[in-house]
Every structure is written in structure tokens, then in C-alpha cells.
Design a protein around this ligand. Sequence first.
Ligand code: TNX
Length: 811
Amino acid sequence: MSALSTSPRRRLLALAGLVIAATLTAATPTAGATTQPVNLALNGTATASSVELNDSSRFGTAFAKDGRTDTRWSSGYQDDNWVQVKLASPAHVDHVVLRWPNACARDYVLQTSTDGTAWHDVTRVQRDACPRTDVVDVQSETPISFVRMQGKQRFSQYGYSLSEFEIYDQPEPAVAPGLGLVPKPVSVTEPGGAPFGLGAGTRILAAGPAAVAPARYLASALRPATGFDLPVTPVSDAAIPDGPRGNSPAPIIVRVRPGGGPAGHEAEGYHLTVSDQRVDLVASTTNGALNGVQTLRQLLPQWIESRTPVSYSWTVPAVSITDYPRFAHRGVMLDVARSFYPVPEVKRYIDDAARFKINRLHLHLTDDQGWRIAVGNPAVNPSGIDYGLLTKVSGATAMTYNSSGQLMGTELGVTGYYTKADYAEIVRYAGVNGMTVIPEIDVPSHINAALHAIPQLNTAGSQPRPAAGQETVPSNGTPNVGYSSLDANSEVTYEFVQHVLTEIARLTPGPYLHIGGDEAHVTSHADYVTMVDRFAAQAAALGKTVVGWNEYAGTALPRDNAVIQYWNGDRTAVANAVRDRGAKVVLSPASNTYVPQKQDARQPVGGTWACGGPCGLDRHYNWDPGTYIPGIGQSDVLGVESALWGEFIRHIDQAEYYAYPRIAATAEVGWTPQNLRNYGDFTTRLAKLGGRLTLSGTNFFPTADVPWTIAAHGNDLTTPAGTPATVEWIVTAPGETTAGLTATVTWNDGTTEPITLTQPKEGSISLMRLNGPLQASATRTFNTPATYVATLSIKRPGQTPTESSVTVTTN
Ligand code: TNX
């Protein structure tokens, strides 16, 4: 028996692991003892072998280290130029960050020196594409005084350009500080004290009938990773244990009762209190409790999102949270008309968004390219329309090619449609996730699919006109907009829309009917107003609140019963409708919420019209819905909605890749008070969510603005002595490839070996997947029965290593 198998030592190790895990998750901003890395270059002096431009405001050697990325040093047009920084005093250097605004070095050597004469090569960097940033580990053993970028080869005829030459004394912590909650709650206090432990015996008590659904939701969210039963027991409020719990495991208590949630925020607010004695979640409504459940999920270690069992010490830090949304409407829109998403994919979009407390699912069900919702025939059918043709004919069409005959996306648009049962299932599933479905039937334009399917709609004033001898217009899968229109002067138009809205209203428990109204470019203004007035009145007569895109703001909206969804264009008309018609506003400004716009310049496909370039995560975060439309008050704004249009996005994987993490930004814009919002703080919190999204299989874009946290975990194992033991780790490292990381495994008998990380799911920008989990494994054969510990250490340049230990018991 080796010394290590003695149980006291083992328990100590295990305990130490638990304490470390608990401190990491519970760390408060002030608790972190480590100081932030200091950029020593700021107090240093830059010199260079050449300089391209010199002016006193932005260009010149000194601007290489002034802490600003909008100024720079650029070399002359030769290959072998250098720039160096002399530190104010000799210092230990951990790492160097080089920021290249556009022209980087294809090949350079990073060097250090104590005297500026004798140089030590730290590393040589060679590549075929220009990155924005290089992070190079130096980890000098003795203090040094100079760091130099010695160029070897340019990329083009131009020289090298550095907007910043940063030299740091310490690594960045691998794990961002703080709890990592998104959207940021209204109030969080961390009283300290022992964490709550979730174990095999944990029970979930549901007090009040409305607490059972959120309690069950919680249990099913926690079961896959924990493998625990987590039984849900309905109880009366009075039966809830008050004081210490004696010997039974600490329970999770979900209570829904009048007055349970924060006063004035009954609809969606909650209180969540966690101690080692219990988790106490209280709300006034089911949806309020669901919001608390989502917060609780984020407070558990990220591995809770694993789809397969993970052995882990599941703890929740002691916290007290009071939380409620700023806006009632926090939506996501899915354009299922241009390219279809079958029910399981819609459910995945719901799962993704629910984590961020999104509470509206807007389905853009019809457009020129396709019709996606089954409509039955009415008992009274004056024009004899066969409504079944809508899906039979136009459920089989979708986006095809642009006007130059090219594919818009990676493939043709997906065809298909929802039966009434499918739609009911989406509505049900959305409801379980706290979401209201808002169906959109886009009229009077964006209507080619209906004109293609239904002969009776092709009347003298409809557009386009069928060819001679044809009853209907051809299908049109191009991305063209605004060329189709219903006929304002035909009663068939109103009969058709009335019936469709009636059927959709019946299938939809939520209060809204969206009638589109956008981009009716070939409809005369008079005809547009005539039609939209009647459609809006039809929706209102069905007991629904009508919603339309902002083009419809100038029509006679039902008084105090209309919602305008703003995307682009005239804001004054919206303000006038709020003032004159009592309309409410949902904000989806294209530049702040449209996900088909590129997230990043590196994305080969995506729009750039809304932002004049990529609409990055910052654009989706940095705006205030409360002041967006001049002349209206915050109380006139129902909220915000992200919009996923379907011209080129195909299937749920691509949808997620475009939508995430920007939907997390929209969720926080809609939830968190403006004065608590800050982009830097948001990206720090988001850093920890990357691992969760990776584990849940959400295909997000690992935006460079976010300091994504690397994490690793392996399950402990037991093997017979004398047979090989293979330890396997799963590694979440958003945006990293195996090439960017170094890994080693150290066994507690002192052996260390380098490890090759593997990437089971290939990732690249063109594959639209960058964030799959990585894997590591190490094999040893132990002949003596004992307990062995293998520690994986993963190093990203510029950061402290991430470590994860696994225990191997041989017997
Ligand atoms: C405009 S936004 C549209 C959609 C397009 C989108 C993106 C809005 C209300 N209408 O039909 O899909 O631009 O190209």
C-alpha cells in the first residue's frame, strides 16, 4: 500500500478540492487576493529601427505603448525592422501582448534583454494569416529591461503596425471573477458562509400548485449531469421546515404564492436565498419561479449543463438575490418562412433562450418564399378557397437563389410546415419555458407564397400578376422584398386574412397576433392603409393585441391595443402613434438586434448594412431601449427582441452560431436596469457562460471581446491493478483550438507528461463551429493497489493554468 492510499490524506485532498471549487465560484469582486496584471510598458520608453509616419497626435514610436488602440507605430517598408520597449526599471515579465491594427508581421522574433545589447530569443512567430492580437508567454526567470519585436518578414509591401505593445508582470487569472450571472440580477448579496451542496439525496419541495411546474423544470435541468433522482414533492407552505434540517439533506424549496415575489414585480420577479441549510426560491407566479430556476442553474458549476453524468461536488455559493426584469417583453424571433425549422430545432432555440430569461418567441410563419402553418377550411367559405393548399403548395417552397443565381447560404432553404399539432406543441413547450408565442402572418406584402398557392387571391389588384393562362404566380425563392401585395379592392383579401387570423388566434393562447406590415413597396399608400386598418381591426375583434412592424405606425391602430415593433426607419411616426393611439413599442433596431448581421469581420457570410460593418456583441449590448425613440417614455416600451431572418441561415446549428452570444446581450438589455449595465462587466460574466453553452451544445460564436474561461473535468475511476487506467478529461475552451493551448498531466508520483488535446468536432469559421469541447486523456498502468491523482494543467498564453485533478483507485 502506498502512503497515498491512507484515507486521511485522501480526504484532505478531496476536501481541499471542494474548498477551492467553492472559493472560486463564491469569490466576490473584493475577495480576490491576486492583483491585476500591470502593463509595465506604459511607464517604459519605446524606440524603433524605423518609423513610417510621425505626427504628434496618433502616429509615431511612442504611440506603440500609450495604452490606446487608436494610435500606432508603423515601421518603414522593410522586412527587418524592430520596435522595443525599455522598462522603467528591471522587472519580471510574464507575457507580452502585441496588437496589430491591420498590418502584422508574417514572421518575427520576440526578444528580451537586460542591457539592450545581448538579446535572448523568447519565441519565433510565423503565420499565414494576420491575427489582431498575439499573446506571447515570456515568463522571464530573472528581471529584464528590454522587450523587442524583431521583424523578419512583412505581410505585404507595407511595414509593421503595432497599436499596442503591452508587457505584463503577471498572468491574467484563468477564471474570471464573480458569479457569472447573465442577465445581471437587480440585487445580489454574498453573505459568505458554507455553500449549499446538491447530493444524491436532495429533494425539491414545491409549495403551492403553481410551484410544481418550475420545480419539475429544475429537476429535469439538473438530472442529466448529476444523475440524481431529485424527486419533486408537492407540499403545503406550512410543512416547510424552518430551522436547521437535522440529518436530512438540505432541500431545495420552490414556493409560489401571492406576495412571494418582489413587490411591484409580481409577474416575473423572484427571491433566491441559498445557504448550506437550503435553497429558497420564492415568487408570486410560475414564471417568476422559472426565472429563479434559471439563475440557480447558472450558480451551479458549469458541468451541470453536461448531457451525460459527471461526478462532481455540486455546490451553490451562499447568496441572496432579489431580481425582476426591467421590461416585460424580452423576445427572440425566428424566421421559419425563408428556411424552415422543424419542431425539435425550435425547441432547441427555446431551450437556449430560456436560459437567459427570454420570455417571447416570435415566429415569422409566412413570407414570399414559404407558408409554414396549416390552416383548415372554414364551415362557411364564400370564395371556396382551399386553405390546405397554403402548406401543401407553399410548405414545399423556401429560399432558393439570389438574383445572380447564387445560393444565399450553405444550401437551399429548408422546406416544411407545422401541423396544428406541431404548433400546439411549440406553444406548450414555450409555455413550460416561460415563453409566450407571438405568431406572425405577414400581410399585405411578403405574401407571394399565399398568392402562389391560392388562385382566388390572384385578383386584378394583387401583385405580381400571374402569367397569361395561369391561375397563380410562380413561387419566388429569391431574397427580393416588397414586390408582392394583396389586393385592397378585393373582398377575398379580407375573407382570407380573417379566416387565417381566426385559426391562428384559436391556436394561440398568448395575447398577440403579429400582422407584419413591413416593406410593402408596391402597395400604394392608400391601399396599404385600407388593408392594414382592416386587418388590425380583425385581430382586435378576435380579442388579440395586434403587433406590426414600424411601417404600420401611421395606420389607425386599435386604440390602446396595438404594439409597434421597430426595426428601421422613421422613429417619429412611432412616437406619434404612442402619443395618439396609445400604442406600445417593442424594439428590434436592426443595428442592435439583427443576428444575420456579421458578429465579426472574420465571418465570411453575413450582413453589414445595419452597422456599416459587423454588428458585434458590443452593438447588441450598448444601447438603451428606454431612450431609443425620442419623445416616448420608458413605460411605453414593452421591451426588446432579437431577430433572426432566414435569407442565408440554415438549420439550428447555424442559427445558434449567428444568434449567440448576442441574444445574451439582448436578454440583459431587456432585463437589467440601465445603471447596472456595463459592457466590460458583461463580458466578464459571459466569460463563464461559454463553458455552459459548450456543454449544452449551443453553437455560439466565441466573440473576441469576451475573455472566455477555460475549464476541464474528468470523472474519477477505479481499475484493477495491473491493467491500464485511462483518465479522460473534457475541456471547454471557447474559441481555442488545440494549437493555441499547451497541456500536461502530472501524476502524484511525480511523473509529468505533455498531452495532446484533441478536438472531436472540427471547428472553423467556415464550418460555422468554433466552440466544441476539447478532450485530453492519459493512460498509466499501476501494479500496486492504491489511490493515484492525475492533474491536467492547460496553459493559454498570458493566463494562469487551468488545473483539473482525477483520482484513480486501483484495487
Ligand atoms: C427586412 S426587418 C425585412 C425582412 C428581411 C430583413 C433582412 C423586416 C421587418 N423586414 O423581410 O428578412 O430585412 O434582410
